[in-house]
Design a protein around this ligand. Structure first.
Ligand code: SAM
Length: 308
């Protein structure tokens, strides 16, 4: 091989090596850039994830242990975050009420908190004449959601030109409450009654008497009673599944501390039954037609009709 040829081959080989080296370096730079981009995106997603976990304390401003009094200023918001599908439940109760409310009758919401449900029921049945709507609530902290005219039996016309009224009895223990009509007329007059997640807070000893009063002293024939309760599963495996799926759902709104604190408070206050026991208790006082119309995790809504 002559010198010239050897030189040109060596130069070509060198150029190829340089090109290869440059390509490798380019690839390394690109890889580094990609890795840095990944790191940057990871940081953003971590930040966003943190941002998206809404802690209850964030909108409550300061963290408060669960109690009805502490939650009263924003109870509707709290219960919507605590019970999945609560919107649908309220929509359903509103629609169900239209099958039952009759003129010249009364409607009660036992444990009405902010009064949203009884107001919605009234608005949905405003074409029915002369209905008295009652909200009954035991905790005085809910007072701030009502005007003076709503309170203590004073009548308030919510919508002009109608003949119906809404009255909020507060503070009043649902166990002692008797509608003025019951005492005056000594006859049954209620066409529709609602108890949404209230009965579970009533001592077990008083529940049967309350249900008995609802069936025997309040509801007219054909009247409807909506009872919503949190229940125990019929089996330990289901209970475990429901509990942890429910916790998983609630973690998007509440911190771990809030969830555990609430559990400790509720274990003293809420005394749950199984769905079967609730249905048997309704049957015991006389209800025959009973149907579950709504269910989410271990929260259920039942409609019971008084046939005779
Ligand atoms: C879980 S909350 C449900 C509130 C409302 N029914 C709703 O679905 O938004 C239970 C309500 O029942 C009320 N409550 C509990 N025990 C009561 C009693 N003995 N007398 C009157 N109200 C009571 C509580 O203050 C609270 O407002």
């Amino acid at each position: 091989m002559n010198d010239e040829l050897y030189k040109s081959i060596k130069e070509k080989a060198l150029k190829l090596k340089e090109a290869e080296y440059a390509a490798m370096k380019d690839m390394k730079d690109k890889l580094k850039a990609v890795q840095e981009e990944y790191k940057r995106l990871d940081k953003i997603s971590e930040k966003n994830q943190k941002k998206n976990v809404k802690k209850y304390g964030e909108y409550a401003r300061d963290y408060k242990k669960f109690s009805f009094s502490n939650m009263a200023p924003y109870f509707d918001d709290h219960i919507h975050k605590s019970i999945r599908g609560y919107d649908h439940l309220r929509d359903d109760v509103e629609k169900i009420s239209q099958y039952f409310i009759t003129p010249n009758s009364s409607v009660y919401d036992l444990g009405c908190s902010e009064g949203t449900m009884i107001r919605r029921i009234m608005a949905a049945n405003i074409d029915i004449d002369n209905v008295n709507y009652f909200g009954v609530e035991g905790n005085p902290t809910f007072l701030k959601h009502f005007t003076d005219a709503d309170l203590r039996g004073k009548k308030k016309k919510i919508i002009k030109n109608d003949t119906s009224t809404i009255m909020i009895n507060l503070p009043c223990d649902v166990r002692n409450w008797k509608a003025p009509e019951r005492m005056k007329r000594k006859e049954k007059y209620s066409s529709f009654m609602v108890s949404m997640f209230t009965l579970q807070f009533i001592p077990e000893a008083d529940r049967e008497r309350m249900l008995d009063d609802i069936f025997n002293y309040d509801l007219i024939k054909g009247g409807g009673f909506v009872l919503c309760e949190k229940v125990f599963s019929p089996d330990a495996k289901f209970q475990n599944m429901m509990d942890f799926m429910y916790m998983g759902y609630k973690r998007q709104f509440f911190s771990e501390e809030e969830l555990l604190d609430k559990e400790q408070v509720l274990r003293k206050l809420a005394k749950l039954d199984t769905e079967e026991t609730i249905i048997n208790n309704l049957k015991k006082v006389g209800f025959k037609d009973i149907q579950v119309f709504w269910r989410n995790f271990n929260f259920i809504g039942l409609i019971a009709i008084k046939k005779d």
